[in-house]
Structures are given as structure tokens and as C-alpha cells.
Design a protein around this ligand. Structure first.
Ligand code: ADP
Ligand code: MG
Length: 753
């Protein structure tokens, strides 16, 4: 799925500057003669479009057959991933630079590529400690412009006072005077006509041997032919409604825009197309899958519903009840549920998941609950065991530890169907684990959404959880429920989980008080720890969270190891402390957790291992030392470790904000406790790519960081794709080809045409 093609498209979003500013600025060799015909160019976007073109085999033309490309350049182009004419067309500029018309020196603008002419009034050649440089002063009779040519020794024989030249280069400001470094130049006469067209020049991700100017020239020369192979993907309705330029226009304009507005419009159109492709691909893939696969339909009646609810010992919130209805409706169908259950920390998702699992058990099926960490798996196991005490439901924990200990061979009992609910980590996905009749899989992703498990979900066919209960016929799949405590902003959820149904729990169980959150500076750390002493004296417990386990040179972040020692002998002396981090053995971790849960420990000094799902109702303070180092959603997760019981709870952020980003995160936390607001804000601050943490597996690959300003496009694409598929119209052949190309056999090809 992650084909080269995707990466190529990703370049549209790419911003990383390859090649230095100098490289970009001056691609031609120093002092090479300026060729005015190459500067005055036709623009591609205004070429007549929409002319009926013959189908376009020319897209697969290898680069060496293109104009301006010989074997050597072809090799260099291939080094950039450009193999065909189409690749070249999809090699997008990462930026643009304005190239002005010829102007008097006084009118040259800093940062632009300027054109000016004048008489050389002085020259100098400097060989010093740095690179030898040839310097010239150009005067147009009113102002002067300094020219610097590094390694320009050869110019001593070419440029001398009295010559009239025209120069082109990026205008820099050197101590208040304009200057150009390594400009291009040409000799002019008094009556040489000025160059009067200004234009925006594309800047391509380049290398030293294949500079942007050269890429630009190759693309420009071949653009007309390549554009002929671009066909519109949609009828007139969508572009009109969304005010998007034509697809071919967009390809032309992104390479050769008249101005920045046009470049932006071109980019929006192409981003939209890319997002549409993803939306259509996901939806059609989902459709195809739905037609091929089946699940066991479950029965749910009033008696069962009441029996399960009675287990919980509290009334479900309205949001939980609604979530259960939605899930129950899915489970009754003979198609596998694929649902994302999102809700803030502590909103009661686990209870809802348990409900679904118990429905499966009542229907004589097994349930699996997958957690991201061992600690969390154990926690789930404990919670569920408690709720299922005195029931006939058999529940078992599967982690690498239980596998090592291996008493009673739980795997065998699972295979025989004697275990109803299996709780575990990835260990549950081990090939040796076989279910006898797996009805539902619940994946608790917490905030790690979209990384590993997403892949499992999309590759069910290859997954060990794949259950072939219905031999010979249509294979049976378990129902899937994914829980996440990172509320995903709706736009993103709809887009990235286009193939999932979405349930949101937007309400906390009654009696929860918002967690009082305060941001303190490092200078106030004594007060902060004093507050912990105070809470412990009142019978409560506390977490202290630090950014790292061990001290590291070159980083002044506090570590658990050091801070644990300092606190136990210093501000927190006399209290019962335990350390907890990922480098401890499972046994040590377990002991620390057990002791903390049982109240034998007052303060748990930990890394973020505690951020996922730890539930100790008596803990009322969490102090995050070095909070500026954590992401917003992560801080919110950490904060969710307290406020889980009847006690007034506090989150203390100890941080000296070092960046505006950190400042924004920390102050946001003190202002809102809504996970949804936090998620939206996090998205604004970091962009979707970062938001999800790791690259999305099993999804078309995008560089998302730049989508920040383009979420509207994402939403449009979602709406338009849905509508297009609902109408069951045959997709445009060019679009169908692109879909097939990118998604291949996973699609409902009959629909694609
Ligand atoms: P989540 O998984 O969404 O973080 P949990 O399901 O773990 O939330 O619930 C958090 C805590 O709230 C648990 O101790 C749970 O027993 C309790 N709880 C859940 N639903 C309710 C409810 N409707 N009323 C009271 N307490 C609830
Ligand atoms: Mg939970």
C-alpha cells in the first residue's frame, strides 16, 4: 500500500528544504551568462485546456525520452524518484520565489529575485581566510548594488569597470545596502530592452547535482506534453461547488503559477484530489470487504441486557447507554462490526466494552481485549475480574509474563473454548494463541491510536485472530471495537477512520469534579511538593511524573532515578515512595503497582508508563515535573490518572515554558478539562501527522503536517466521496484508474469500472 506513488504524492505536502539556500538561489554555475529567453517564458496554466486529448500513454514515458533529459540527467532524476513523465509532473515545488521585472536598484526588494542593470564602477578580488571572492559594484547612476561572486577569480578577466551588465539574483540586505551573491549576469547595451515580466518561480526539492533551476527547466519544457495526459476526475459539479480549479489547470499552475494565489489554488485542488482518492479508496475497500466477509450475529434481549447491567453496580450514563445501543445493533448483524469508541479518560468506555464482550459470552462466543501495555492489560484484567466476580464467566490474562509462567496452560483452555474472555497485550496475537470461537475483539488503544492495532484491523485476513469458523463457506470474522481515550477531532476521525463507524461518549459519570489544574514554575517546586505532603497527610496518594528514566548527559530533564533519590531524602522524606518505569522488570512494575493500589505506597515516582489507564481512585494529585516536554494530549492523559474517586483532585504542572508551543499547551490545560477541546487544540498546534504520533499503517501515506490549514478540504472530500458513492454513478475512467493504481485489488472493482 505504501507505494512509491504515495510517496510521490506526498511530495505535494513536503516542506523539508533539501538543498541549501545557496544552492537554491543560484543553480547555474557562478557567473554563467544570463539567457533572457529562458527567463521570459510562456506560462502553462493559460494554455487552452479541456481540449479532448487522446488517452495518455505518454504518462508512462520514461524520463530519458523527455526533452532536456539525457542518460545522465535521467539517472539523477531517478535518484529523486522520478522515473516517468508522470513522476515528473507529480514532483511538486516545495515553495515559490518571486522574480521581479527589471527595476532600478533602489526598487529592488529584499528576499525577491531581482533584476537590475548598471555600470560596473569598481571591482575587487579578495583572497582571505575564507573562500576567495570577486566583488563588483554596480551603479545605475542613482544607487549602487554590491555583487559578490565566490570563487569568482576567473571574472577578473571578464568584468571590469565601465562595462554595462544586467544581473539577476536574490536581493539581500548587507548593512543597509542591497547585495547579490553569485548573481547571474549578462552584458547589455544602452538600448537592450528591459525585461518587464515579473513571475513566480517554483522551487523544487533539489540536490547539488540536480538544482531547482534545472528541474524547473526540465519540467517547463515537458509540461505541455505531460499535461495532455491529465484528465479531469469529476464532473463539473464538484469543482464548481468547491470552487476548485480544473485538475489539469492545477497541475499546470502548481508548476508555473502567475502568482501566489494561483499557486495556492492549484495546491488546494491537488490536495483535494489526493484526499478524495483516499476517501473513495477506503470506502470502496470497506464495501468490498463487507461483501466478502461475515460475522456471527448475536442475540440480545431484555433479560440479557438487564443481567449485564446489573453487573456494573451503577447506572450507566445516557452516553454509555446510547453507545451500547449502537454497538448492540451492530452485533446483531451477520457482518463484522468495525466501530471506534471514543471518549475522554474516565468516561466509562471499558464498561461499554465489557457489555459487548458479555453479549458475546452469552452467545457462547469468546471475547478478546487487547491492551497496549502489560500494565494496562493487568489493570483491565483486574477490573473485569472484579466486575465478574461470582459469575460463570472465565477470564484469563495473556501477557509475555503469563506465557513464561505458563501455569495451567491457558492457551490450551482458550483453544478448547473454556476461557470466555482473554485479556492481553500483543501476546494475544502470538501464533500459538488460538480461539475456539472468537466473537468480538476489543482493542484499547488509549492514545496510541492508529499505530499497530490499526494494521491488525485492516489486515484481519492475515491476523492470527482471523477465525475460520465457517469452513468452506464465507469466512467468519470477529466483531471489532476500538476504544480510544484520545478524542479525535471529528474531521480527522471521519477521514482517517472512514471505514469505521464512530461512537462518542461525551459525558462523564455523575459526581466527577473537574481536576484543578495549576501551572507552577520550577522556582515553586517546593510548594508543589509541599502540597503533595499535605495531600498524603490527608490520606491521599500522589503521582510524580518525570520525562525520563535515567540522567542523560546533555539533557537537563529530570530523571526518575535521580528524582526518586532526591525526593525520598529531601522534600518527600518520611513518605513511602516507589519508582516505576519501563526499564523495571514486569515483576518489579507489578509490585510497585500493587503496592500503590493497596495504599502501601504514598507517592509513585514514574515515567509516562502510568499514562495509560491506571485506575487508583485514592490518588488525588499528579505532579508533572518538566511538563513542557510533554504533548498536550499526553498531559491530558496523565491528568486523567487522578479524579477517579470521590476526592477533590489536582494536577500540578511544574514547568518553565521554553517555547510558545509549550506555553500554549500548559495554559490550555489550566483552562479546559474537555478532552475534545484539548484534541482540537492539539491538532491546531501540531497538525494531524504529529497528532497521530506515528505514521499510519495500512493507510495511504501522506505527509500530513501541512494539512493544518486544509482541514476543510478533508471534510469536503469526505462528504463528496460519500455522495459520489451513494449515487452509484460510474466513476470517471481517469479517477477509476488512479484508484486501481493506488488501492489495487482491495477495492470493490465492479464499482470502479
Ligand atoms: P475509560 O475506560 O473511558 O477511561 P472506565 O470505563 O475505566 O473509563 O471508567 C472509569 C471509572 O468510572 C471506573 O472506575 C468505572 O467503574 C467508573 N464508571 C464507569 N461508568 C460509570 C457510571 N455510569 N457511573 C459511575 N461510575 C462509572
Ligand atoms: Mg479505561
Amino acid at each position: 500500500m505504501c507505494t512509491r506513488k504515495n510517496r510521490r504524492f506526498a511530495k505535494l505536502f513536503s516542506r523539508d528544504p533539501k538543498g541549501s539556500a545557496l544552492e537554491r538561489r543560484n543553480a547555474l554555475p557562478c557567473g554563467s551568462q544570463l539567457n533572457s529567453s529562458a527567463i521570459g517564458r510562456e506560462t502553462a496554466y493559460n494554455r487552452p485546456l479541456g481540449v479532448k486529448q487522446s488517452p495518455s500513454p505518454n504518462h508512462e514515458i520514461p524520463v530519458e525520452s523527455l526533452r532536456e533529459v539525457g542518460p545522465q540527467r535521467a539517472e539523477l532524476l531517478r535518484g529523486l524518484g522520478i522515473r516517468t513523465a508522470r513522476d515528473l509532473l507529480e514532483y511538486f515545488p516545495r515553495d515559490y520565489q518571486f522574480e521581479s521585472e527589471e527595476r532600478p536598484i533602489t526598487a529592488l526588494k529584499h528576499g525577491e529575485i531581482g533584476l537590475a542593470r548598471g555600470e560596473i564602477v569598481a571591482v575587487d578580488f579578495v583572497v582571505g581566510r575564507s573562500m576567495p571572492r570577486f566583488m563588483a559594484t554596480l551603479s545605475d547612476g542613482i544607487d549602487e548594488l554590491s555583487l559578490i561572486f565566490f570563487n569568482g577569480g576567473y571574472l577578473r578577466r571578464k568584468l571590469h569597470p565601465g562595462l554595462m551588465i544586467r544581473v539577476k539574483g536574490e536581493v539581500q540586505n548587507f548593512r543597509g545596502s542591497p547585495q547579490m551573491v553569485n548573481p547571474k549576469w549578462e552584458l547589455v547595451e544602452e538600448n537592450t530592452a528591459p525585461i518587464l515580466d515579473a513571475k513566480l518561480r517554483p522551487i523544487y526539492p533539489a540536490t547539488a547535482r540536480l538544482p531547482s533551476d534545472l528541474i524547473e527547466r526540465i519540467i517547463r519544457t515537458n509540461l505541455t506534453d505531460a499535461l495532455a495526459g491529465i484528465d479531469e476526475w469529476f464532473g463539473s459539479e464538484i469543482p464548481r461547488k468547491r470552487k476548485l480549479m480544473g485538475r489539469r489547470d492545477a497541475f499546470g499552475a502548481i508548476h508555473q503559477p502567475t502568482d501566489r494565489t494561483e499557486a495556492l489554488h492549484a495546491r488546494r485542488r491537488l490536495v483535494y484530489d489526493e484526499l478524495m482518492l483516499m476517501q473513495l479508496g477506503l470506502a470502496l475497500g470497506h464495501e468490498a470487504q463487507q461483501e466478502k466477509i461475515a460475522a456471527q450475529a448475536m442475540k440480545i434481549d431484555k433479560t440479557l441486557d438487564e443481567r449485564i447491567r446489573a453487573r456494573f453496580g451503577f447506572d450507566l450514563t445516557q452516553a454509555q447507554t446510547t453507545a451500547i445501543w449502537e454497538i448492540a445493533a451492530d452485533l446483531k448483524r451477520p457482518r463484522p462490526m468495525k466501530r471506534l469508541l471514543q471518549g475522554d479518560v474516565g468516561s466509562g468506555k471499558t464498561v461499554v466494552a465489557l457489555y459487548a464482550m458479555l453479549v458475546a459470552v452469552a452467545n457462547k462466543m469468546q471475547a478478546a481485549l487487547l491492551a497496549p501495555t502489560e500494565v494496562l492489560a493487568e489493570q483491565h484484567f483486574l477490573t473485569l475480574s472484579n466486575m465478574l466476580r461470582n459469575s460463570r464467566v472465565n477470564i484469563e490474562l495473556f501477557t509475555s509474563r503469563t506465557r513464561r509462567q505458563g501455569h495451567g496452560n491457558p492457551a490450551a483452555r482458550l483453544a478448547e473454548g473454556k476461557i470466555d474472555i482473554a485479556v492481553g497485550t500483543q501476546a494475544l496475537l502470538h501464533e500459538s494463541i488460538v480461539f475456539s470461537n472468537l466473537g468480538i475483539v476489543v482493542v484499547d488503544e488509549q492514545h496510541r491510536l492508529g499505530v499497530q492495532q490499526r494494521a491488525i484491523l485492516t489486515n484481519k485476513g492475515d491476523s492470527p485472530l482471523y477465525f475460520e469458523g465457517n469452513k468452506g463457506g464465507c469466512p467468519l470474522y470477529p466483531h471489532y471495537l476500538v476504544m480510544t481515550a484520545t478524542p479525535i477531532p471529528r474531521t480527522l476521525a471521519l477521514s482517517y477512520f472512514a471505514d469505521f463507524d464512530l461512537t462518542t461518549i461525551d459525558q462523564l459519570p455523575p459526581g466527577r469534579r473537574p481536576i484543578e489544574t495549576r501551572w507552577l514554575r520550577q522556582s515553586q517546586s517546593k510548594e508543589a511538593y509541599g502540597f503533595i505532603r499535605h495531600q498524603v497527610a490527608a490520606g491521599r496518594q500522589a503521582y510524580v511524573v518525570l520525562p525520563r528514566v535515567e540522567d542523560e548527559t546533555g539533557d537537563d530533564a529530570k530523571s526518575v532515578t535521580r528524582q526518586f533519590q532526591q525526593l525520598s531524602t529531601g522534600v518527600l522524606s518520611g513518605l513511602r515512595l516507589a519508582a516505576m518505569h519501563g526499564q523495571l522488570s514486569t515483576k518489579e512494575k507489578q509490585k510497585a503497582m500493587d503496592d500503590f493500589r493497596a495504599g502501601r505506597i504514598d507517592v509513585l515516582v514514574a515515567t509516562t508508563v502510568i499514562e495509560v489507564g491506571i485506575d487508583v481512585p485514592n490518588a488525588s494529585v499528579i505532579l508533572i515535573d518538566g511538563a513542557e516536554r510533554f504533548g498536550l494530549s499526553q498531559l491530558h492523559q496523565l491528568r486523567g490518572r487522578v479524579g477517579r474517586g470521590p476526592h477533590e483532585s489536582y494536577c500540578l504542572l511544574l514547568a518553565d515554558a521554553t517555547t510558545p508551543g509549550a506555553e500554549a499547551r500548559l495554559s490550555a490545560l489550566t483552562k479546559t478539562s474537555s478532552g475534545f477541546e484539548i484534541a482540537e487544540l492539539d491538532l491546531q498546534l501540531r497538525g494531524p501527522g504529529e497528532f497521530f504520533g506515528t505514521r499510519q499503517h495500512g493507510l495511504p501515506e501522506f505527509k500530513l503536517a501541512d494539512l493544518r490549514g486544509e482541514l476543510d478540504l478533508l471534510l469536503w472530500a469526505r462528504q463528496d466521496a460519500t455522495k459520489l458513492l451513494e449515487k452509484r454513478v460510474k466513476l470517471n475512467p481517469a479517477l477509476a484508474a488512479a484508484l486501481k493504481d493506488q488501492f489495487g485489488g482491495k477495492l470493490q472493482l465492479a464499482r470502479v469500472g
